[in-house]
Structure formats: structure tokens, C-alpha cells
Write a protein that binds this ligand. Structure first.
Ligand code: PRX
Length: 635
């Protein structure tokens, strides 16, 4: 499955377009199946309905773990680095990880979990998070990991939408200098989630928490009890799953206030994440791979857990943040664990770049071979800094474009093979057929064109549905342009046929690489008792890529404007989480609306971006005077 040169890439790409089924079937054969599939692909983008490897039977954890035991059982599967520099790091061999996953799978079963159940995981970045994810997959339960930075109300929405029966969490979490009380957030969320019967709690920080009798169970106690009840608690047969059985749900923001539960299924996800991991990063046996993303996001699912483990790699997990105890932490971890491949987000690169080279200089960084970037466009300055100061001009930088819905990398250089160009994700991976269209859906052919990015043929890990609402999946991705999957991104194809992603063209904002729905943030702001209406848009931000600009209407005059703004920030933090805190808040008396009452976000966006001389046509507004007022009060 490994591409070894640009000629090889060209020929594999050609084959993947001309004979996609043969192409993917060849790759799928390399995995362990309980029963081989009968048919490689069935698809229809209208309904939409995509099935890969039909009637195949397998378990992804047998491919992540059991498959490696015989030859590589003593090889390190996972290295964990704690938030606190003084806490000992932990490592797990494949054999040890297999045992831990089986043991926790038994704990889940003992607590009533079974195939098809939805299990919410709301945990810090500790090895038990990866163990919990894999244990769900082991027994065929569908995991739904929620990022620990979301607060109770966002957590409750997600638990409720997926109708989860079990939650796995910890007492607290360490993030930099902060201790975050995760369990109490879960307690608050569960006031509105009657479907949850059990909560399994890992002890991490030791803070005092409430344990509800009969519902809350300590991880360590449940695990210890197994030894009394079972002869071999470290063994757990892998549930037989169909290729198209759901593996996980991962929520992502959309243009409405309600997040979408993106569903991925077993076999296609497995084949595509392993294939892209090995090819994009050109992973060599024995190397240490570090993806800094939280498992709460798709990058953590696909390139911290599944892709590396499916490939028998050594994956590193870091609990902390890049600036704790200081801005040299990433670089010290690279030296400490001799990281060979480092995969992070442009926001992290930009913020560390802003702290100066004194934090980089003390480190050798000579183990590094390849650098990766993901989640948002990387500006050229950050690309060069990364390449020169971290990669010492010696490591190819792979700028990988993809999405929660694609589950794996779609457009990216193959490290050391594809000639890179700063700011460009370059070329599609085999199996990926990008097209650019204009607003009406006409395909823009040839090079030197810019339009909306769509994909015209299914790849194995394409989104299958949005949980509980298939219509929403159709509407969000398959109804804009006939027979095309629409990504929501703008994109340019340059004179060399290289792709450059220009950013979102819908009502979501990428803030520090996190996709946030403006409507979701507005809902959180509107929870403030004095706010009657709000409109949120993005504005370019030097470090975060995009910042959040909120225009709010207060229902009575408040003279303490600064206090009100502070309260709004607190409200958003409380209801949605700190990642959605507005950077700028402007209190206004009205919003630019059309006569039918629709907010003209285009105008607000221009104002927030500072393009005030180019507001476009404002004549259709109900009250054009509000625009002048907003301009006068711009923050
Ligand atoms: O706008 C694109 C941006 O991130 C969006 C997907 O976000 P999410 O589902 O959270 O997944 C992020 C991790 C894969 C895309 O629609 N994006 C992602 N990677 C890049 C990017 N924009 C530019 N360049 C990238 N390399």
C-alpha cells in the first residue's frame, strides 16, 4: 500500500480513478477480516448512500492490536507525556495495550454496555482515553468522544442527540496550570439526559467529586472487581462487526445551532485512515509519531489512535498544552521522546512563533524527519518558520487538508515525494477526485481557477450519515450540487494543478483550528438574561486564524458596558465552553436586517474584517441607519 515515488503516486492515482474498486480492494486485503466482503462498493450521492466492502466482517481493534501481537507484541504502541513535566511518562507495548483494552471492554460489558450502544467519552488526554475508545470498538459500542473544552450544555446536547447509555469521564483534568472539574460538568449535563444509566469515572486529579450510588462507578474499582469475577479479565473476544456497522459518532458544528453527529463506519474508516497515515507521513517501522490534536477532534481519532495503531506504529499522546510550563514544551517533548514525525495545527505554530526563538534554541530537534500541519490554512510565514526553525530546513512539511466528514487526509503532499509549496495542500490522495465549481455548480476545469471545493466520487471513509437525521446529511453535503459531495470550503487550483484551500464559505468559523458554528455561539450568548439578540461573525486573527466578533443587542440600557461584556464572555464559557469565547463584543441597538427579518451577515462580516468602504448594496435593508451606528461603534 506504500507509495514510493512521484511516478508511483501518478500511476496509483490513475488506477484509483480508473478502477477505484480494484484499487481499494487490493489495499483492504492487507487487513484481518473475519469474513471477506462480497462486493467492494455501492453508492448513490442523491440519497445519499455509500457502502464499502459489503458484507465483510471484522473488528477494527483486531487490526489495531491483535494483528501486531505475534511479531510486534513488545513494541511500544503508546507513549504518554503528562501535563506536568515532573510526572513520569507512561508507555504501553502492543501487548500491554491489548490487555488494557480487553480489560476495560470487560468493564463496559459488566456495566451493561453492548453492541450498538452509544457511549459518550468526555476525558482528559490520558492513555485511558485511547483505551476507552478502543474498548468501545472492541465490543461494538459506538463511541462519541466530546472534547473536554466543551461545557455542560454542549455536552448534554451531544449525549442527548446520540441517546447515550453510558458516559466515561474522569474526576478532573489538568490543562497547563489549571485543574478542570470534568465530573461536575458531567453531573450538570446529566440533569437533562435520562438515557444515561452509568458513568464510569477515572481518578486523575483526585479532586473531591460526588459519586451517585448505583450510577457512578470508579474505573479502578470496576477494573479490580473483574479479577474476582473472571478468570482472564485481560482477554475479551472482539465483537464481529459488519463493514458498515457504525464505529463512531463525532459531533461537528454546522450552520444551525445544533451540532451534527457525523457517523463513520468500520471497514472504510479503517482502510482509509491506515492508508493515508502510511502514505502521507511515509511512516517507517520504529519511528515515533506525535499528533498533538485532542482525541475530541477527528485528527485525534484518525492520526493519534486509529491510523498509527492500524499501522503498528508508536504514537505519542500529550496531556498538556504547548505553553506549559513554557513555550518550549513541544520542543522538549520532541527531544525527550525522540519524535520523528510531528503533526500539529497552524494556530499552535503561530502562537509559538510569536513567543520567539529563545524557546526553540535549547532543543536539538534532530530526531525530526517530517512535519505536518492540519486544521486550517497555514500562512506562508508560519510555514517557513516551521520548516526553518523546527525542521532545520531538513524536514518536508505536509499541509494536510481534510475534515471530520472525510475522516482521513484528502489533499496533501506525500512527505518527501510531492514537491511542496508553502500554503498549498498540493495534490489529492489516490481515491480522491476533487472538483471546483462556481456558485451555480458549474465545474471549473483546467488550472488557475478558484471556486468551491467538491468531491465527485466516494472514498472509503466518506461520512455515511448524520446521526438520527439522514436528511440533514443530505442537505448539508449532497444537495448543493448534483452528484457532488460539497466540502464547505473555497479553493484555488493553481497553474501546477496544486490545491490551495482559501477557507470556509458557510456560517462556521475556524477558531484556533476548531470549527465553531456561529449560531451555536449566538445561542450561548442569548442565554444572558439581558441579551435579546446577537449575531456572530469571524474576523482575521493573527494567531487564531479567525477570531469571534459578536454584535449584541441588550434589552435595556446598561451603563456598565465593560461589565456586561465580561458577563457575556462568562455566559458563553458556561454554556458552550472556553473555546467559543468572543474576542470582540460590540453592543448595538439594532442589526442590519432585510425586510423579511433576515440578518445580513455579509455586512457584519465586512465590518468585522475592517472592509468598511466596501459594504456592498445596503439598499435592501429595513433600516440602513443601523449600519452607520455599528460603524461608529466598531471595536
Ligand atoms: O476549512 C477546512 C479546514 O478545516 C475544516 C474541517 O474542519 P474539521 O472538520 O474540524 O477537521 C479539522 C481536521 C481535519 C475544513 O473544511 N482545514 C482543515 N485542514 C486544512 C483546512 N484548511 C486549510 N488547509 C488545511 N490543511
Amino acid at each position: 500500500m506504500r507509495i514510493s515515488s512521484i511516478e508511483d503516486y501518478n500511476s496509483q492515482y490513475k488506477k484509483s480513478v480508473e478502477q477505484p474498486e480494484e484499487f481499494w480492494a487490493d489495499i483492504a486485503t492487507e487487513f484481518t477480516w473475519k469474513k471477506k466482503w462480497d462486493k467492494t462498493l455501492e453508492w448513490n450521492f442523491e440519497t445519499p448512500d455509500v457502502k464499502w466492502f459489503l458484507n465483510g466482517k471484522l473488528n477494527i481493534t483486531e487490526n489495531c492490536l491483535d494483528r501486531h501481537l505475534k511479531e510486534n507484541g513488545n513494541k511500544t504502541a503508546l507513549i504518554w507525556e503528562a501535563n506536568d513535566v515532573n510526572e513520569k511518562s507512561r508507555t504501553f507495548t502492543y501487548k500491554e495495550l491489548h490487555a488494557e483494552v480487553c480489560r476495560f471492554a470487560n468493564v463496559l460489558k459488566n456495566n451493561g454496555a453492548k453492541k450498538g450502544d452509544r457511549i459518550c467519552i468526555y476525558m482528559p488526554m490520558v492513555p485511558e482515553l485511547a483505551i476507552a475508545v478502543l474498548a468501545c470498538a472492541r465490543i461494538g459500542a459506538i463511541h462519541s468522544v466530546v472534547f473536554g473544552g466543551f461545557s455542560f450544555s454542549s455536552l448534554a446536547d451531544r449525549i442527548h442527540d446520540a441517546d447515550c447509555s453510558l458516559v466515561i469521564t474522569s474526576d478532573g483534568a489538568y490543562r497547563g496550570a489549571k485543574d478542570i472539574p470534568l465530573k461536575s460538568v458531567v453531573d450538570e449535563a446529566l440533569l437533562n439526559c435520562p438515557s444515561v444509566k452509568k458513568v464510569i469515572v477515572l481518578k486523575r486529579t483526585g479532586i473531591e467529586i460526588k459519586m451517585q450510588n448505583g450510577k457512578d462507578v470508579w474505573w479502578h474499582q470496576a477494573s479490580a472487581e473483574l479479577s474476582l469475577a473472571m478468570e482472564n479479565p485481560d482477554e475479551c473476544p472482539a465483537e464481529e462487526m459488519d463493514s458498515e456497522d457504525k464505529l463512531f459518532i463525532l459531533y461537528t458544528s454546522g450552520s444551525t445551532g445544533k451540532p451534527k453527529g457525523v457517523v463513520h463506519t468500520t471497514a472504510g474508516y479503517m482502510v482509509y485512515t491506515a492508508y493515508t497515515f502510511q502514505n502521507v507521513f511515509q511512516y517507517k517501522p520504529g519511528e515515533v509519531f506525535w499528533c498533538t490534536a485532542d482525541v475530541g477532534w477527528i485528527t485525534g481519532h484518525s492520526y493519534l489512535i486509529y491510523g498509527p495503531l492500524l499501522s503498528g506504529a508508536t504514537t505519542l499522546m500529550f496531556e498538556g498544552i504547548p505553553t506549559y510550563p513554557d513555550a518550549g514544551r513541544f520542543w522538549s517533548v520532541i527531544d525527550k521522546h525522540k519524535v520523528n514525525i510531528f503533526y500539529t495545527a497552524p494556530t499552535a505554530i503561530r502562537s509559538l512563533m510569536a513567543m520567539g526563538l529563545d524557546f526553540v534554541k535549547p532543543y536539538k530537534l534532530d530526531s525530526l524527519r517530517i512535519l505536518g500541519s492540519v486544521g486550517e490554512p497555514i500562512n506562508e510565514e508560519a510555514w517557513h518558520w516551521y520548516h526553518e526553525h523546527i525542521g532545520k530546513n531538513n524536514c518536508p512539511v505536509v499541509d494536510t487538508w481534510w475534515q471530520t466528514e472525510t475522516a482521513g487526509i484528502m489533499i496533501s503532499p506525500l512527505a518527501g515525494i510531492t514537491k511542496t509549496k508553502p500554503g498549498f495542500a498540493t495534490l489529492p490522495l489516490p481515491g480522491v477526485q476533487p472538483v471546483l465549481v462556481d456558485e451555480k455548480g458549474n465545474e471549473l476545469t483546467g488550472n488557475n481557477v478558484e471556486g468551491r471545493l467538491c468531491i465527485k466520487f466516494p472514498w472509503p471513509s466518506i461520512i455515511r450519515t448524520t446521526y438520527g437525521n439522514h436528511e440533514r446529511c443530505k442537505e448539508a453535503y449532497f444537495s448543493h450540487y448534483k452528484n457532488l459531495y460539497f466540502t464547505g470550503d473555497g479553493c484555488r487550483r493553481d497553474e501546477d494543478g496544486y490545491y490551495r484551500i482559501t477557507g470556509r464559505v458557510d456560517d462556521v468559523i475556524k477558531v484556533s483550528g476548531h470549527l465553531l458554528g456561529t449560531a451555536e455561539i449566538e445561542n450561548a450568548i442569548n442565554e444572558h438574561a439581558d441579551i435579546v439578540e446577537s449575531a456572530v461573525v469571524g474576523f482575521p486573527h493573527d494567531i487564531k486564524g479567525w477570531g469571534i466578533y459578536a454584535f449584541v443587542i441588550c434589552d435595556h440600557k446598561r451603563d456598565d458596558k465593560e461589565k456586561l461584556k465580561k458577563e457575556i464572555v462568562e455566559t458563553v464559557t458556561k454554556f458552550m465552553g472556553p473555546i467559543a469565547k468572543p474576542d470582540k463584543i460590540q453592543i448595538v441597538s439594532g442589526l442590519p436586517k432585510t425586510r423579511s427579518g433576515k440578518i445580513m451577515r455579509r455586512i457584519l462580516r465586512k465590518i468585522a474584517e475592517g472592509e468598511i468602504n466596501n459594504l456592498g448594496d445596503t439598499s435592501t435593508l429595513l433600516d440602513p441607519a443601523v449600519v452607520d451606528e455599528i460603524l461608529r461603534g466598531k471595536v
